[in-house]
Write a new protein. Structure first.
Lengths: 334, 346
């Protein structure tokens, strides 16, 4: 990895929400960085804070009730200290986002051309005519057939896969340096998912944007990411290269996640039906402060130490960080 | 569960023959019928006692419609549904009650399929009370036993659904489905809305219950990795038809139909060291309102040739225990160059 400063550097991010039932600690002290041109996957189950982290980066959290603390450095500038107009100049221009729901995140009463064009008109001051031209170029880039016709169409005239392509076209219109993709293929069928993932990989090499990929699908992670951040209950529990995380997971939660994920090809290895590893119990409530390790309640190797003291995140192998009291330390270079 | 102990007579528990379900489309000034959605268009399969058959395919392929048609949640357009050799698709509404006792369903969304105003006891007891199978303290015992079976604490009986997480609610839905002593449970995307770790719990529970009670399962899902884990046989659907039907190991190791192959190759594998050859299908699934002529898959098939466009292939034995609806006896491993261009252009 290059020695220069990372593109995005998140330091001790805390995003809390004040509710009538108390404070919900959605993100509790998360730090990680993304280098230029790199794909980092953030994985975890519902409610682990992965989407809130993404929304915090783009400052899409309404404050109040939300409260964001910590530092989010984008090319050295702390995004949390910027004024709203300054932030707007960054959104969609330097950092853009793809949302999960292509059905609900497009405006149904505007043509897709207008929606793609809006970004370039705003950030690059193009005329409406030039913006439409750019929209056609972008639709061509994302592989939509007959773009000159499609640009005048409305979202309901497109299929789910095409709508997701439009979302990507919109996100890439200003050539962002960072693309935040929140479950970009979760709502799509597998054959369409394969098309979109292929498109994202292809565009990444052409456009060169860094991608923060938020997903719960470990298969997607293995195909797309170079580095992985595993989140649990608002905390980062493990971070490492994709090979390290998949081949040598050290945190019990990551191991459980890998074991509970059914893998295609399972029938080739055994004759009968096999059992999946279960992670017992449920995710803890984020309304109460968690004392000790957040995973203690579900961990198979839990001890009293875990219940009383939160583990610090430590480098157990080169560039492989784990927050567990008992994760083995790698002997020299493994 | 007295029903499940009936000795098997060699006849499948459920047989579906040439099932069709078309939904009329109304339009125009007078609201007349202007067309049909050919949601399910001639589907045949059978399920034995204690067996899991999975219906897989992408959105809109008609897999859920098959499930609902089998359950008689709506009348079918054509075909036959037989339970223990007896036709049930033409039963009048008044004679459906015994059928309901034997076939139950678990839906995808455990948040909308449980009544928020009922306590668990009432939710799970409802089928038992409906069929007059128990009352009073015996009823409480039955509900308690069912909660044991789905591994929820008995005290949960006196609580409401909102107090439970998604995975626990799906256990409640399973307990309700087991309550009347069902032989067949239709799981319509029953684990799709759950998180990975919880999904594993429910999948394991379903397999255990099947072994314990001899249940037959019709498992409707788009998740091939889950299906491979828990099924005995698999039927792959595309645009209202079954394109391939085979046992688990055969289908996942040596799939025949080009669509099955593309579908399997599209599933991302959670192993960064594996680099697979992927068949990327171009374009989208055509509309079931106006399905393509000939083979319905010909518009996206990498191996398409002239006959596919006019002559519809029927499901036939293609060897190794596979039934496949493809004109090719042997599907090549690599896509012919001429078709590769055509597929990209389409």
């Amino acid at each position: 990895m290059s020695s220069s400063a990372p593109l995005l550097d998140i330091q001790n991010l805390q995003t809390h929400f004040g509710t009538i039932d108390g404070v919900v600690r959605a993100v509790e002290g998360v730090s990680f960085s993304i280098n230029a041109g790199e794909t980092v996957a953030v994985v975890g189950e519902s409610g682990c804070g992965k989407s809130v982290t993404a929304m915090s980066i783009l400052r899409l959290i309404a404050t109040p009730p939300g409260k964001i603390a910590g530092k989010i450095l984008f090319k050295g500038t702390n995004l949390l200290e910027l004024s709203e107009p300054e932030m707007q100049a960054i959104r969609g221009n330097d950092i853009s986002m793809i949302f999960q729901e292509p059905m609900t995140s497009l405006n149904p009463v505007l043509t897709v051309g207008r929606q793609i064009g809006e970004t370039v008109m705003l950030h690059e001051g193009l005329s409406a005519k030039d913006a439409e031209q750019r929209a056609i170029e972008m639709l061509t880039l994302v592989g939509i057939p007959a773009p000159a016709r499609r640009v005048r169409e409305y979202p309901h005239q497109l299929s789910g896969g095409m709508r997701q392509r439009v979302m990507i076209a919109m996100a890439l219109a200003c050539s962002p340096q960072l693309l935040v993709a929140d479950e970009p293929t979760t709502a799509l069928d597998v054959t369409i998912q394969a098309q979109i993932l292929e498109l994202m990989r292809d565009l990444k090499t052409r456009v060169g944007a860094a991608i923060m990929l938020i997903t719960h699908d470990l298969g997607v992670v293995a195909e797309m990411a170079q580095r992985v951040v595993v989140m649990y209950a608002g905390r980062k529990v493990e971070e490492g290269s994709v090979e390290e995380i998949f081949l040598n997971p050290l945190h019990p939660y990551t191991r459980g996640l890998m074991g509970s994920m059914p893998k295609l090809g399972s029938s080739l290895h055994e004759t009968g039906r096999s059992k999946l590893t279960e992670i017992q119990g449920q995710v803890p409530s984020l309304r109460k402060p968690i004392i000790g390790c957040a995973f203690a309640g579900r961990c198979p190797n839990v001890t009293d130490v875990c219940r009383q003291m939160a583990p610090a995140i430590e480098e157990k192998a080169p560039k492989h960080l784990v927050a567990c009291h008992y994760a083995p330390r790698a002997a020299a270079a493994a | 569960m007295s029903n499940s102990q009936t000795p098997s007579s060699g006849r499948p528990l459920l047989e579906v023959k040439g099932l069709k379900k078309h939904f009329p489309i109304h339009g125009g000034i007078l609201g007349g019928k202007t067309g049909n959605v050919y949601a399910v268009d001639g589907v045949s399969f059978s399920i034995n006692r204690g067996e899991t058959l999975s219906l897989v395919g992408e959105s809109g392929c008609g897999k859920s419609t098959v499930g609902k048609a089998v359950l008689r949640l709506y009348p079918i357009t054509d075909g036959e549904v037989l339970l223990d050799g007896r036709r049930v698709d033409n039963l009048p509404a008044g004679e459906l009650r015994p059928l309901r006792k034997r076939m139950q369903v678990v839906f995808q969304d455990p948040f909308s399929s449980l009544n928020p105003r009922q306590k668990l006891r009432d939710i799970i007891a409802e089928p038992i009370v409906n069929f007059g199978m128990a009352s009073g303290s015996e009823l409480d015992d039955r509900v308690g036993d069912l909660l044991d079976k789905v591994r929820l604490p008995r005290e949960a009986m006196y609580r409401y659904p909102h107090e439970f997480s998604g995975g626990q609610r799906q256990r409640i839905a399973i307990a309700r489905a087991l309550a009347p002593g069902s032989d067949l449970i239709i799981c319509d995307e029953a684990v799709s809305a759950l998180d990975v770790s919880v999904k594993a719990q429910i999948v394991n529970l379903l397999s255990d219950l099947q072994d314990e009670l001899g249940l037959a399962l019709l498992f409707i899902s788009h998740d091939l990795a889950i299906v491979e884990h828990l099924t005995h046989r698999v039927a792959v659907m595309y645009l209202g038809k079954i394109v391939e039907l085979a046992d688990r190991k055969t289908l996942f190791s040596t799939p025949h139909h080009p669509y099955t192959r593309a579908l399997l190759s599209a599933v991302p594998v959670p192993d960064p060291t594996v680099k697979r050859q992927r068949i990327i299908l171009r374009g989208d699934v055509p509309s079931p309102i106006n399905p393509p002529s000939g083979c319905r898959f010909h518009t996206r098939c990498p191996f398409v040739f002239d006959r596919c466009k006019v002559d519809e292939p029927q499901l036939r034995d293609v060897g190794m225990g596979r039934m496949s609806a493809c004109h090719l006896d042997v599907v090549p491993d690599t896509v012919p160059e001429a078709n590769r261009q055509a597929a990209v252009a389409a």
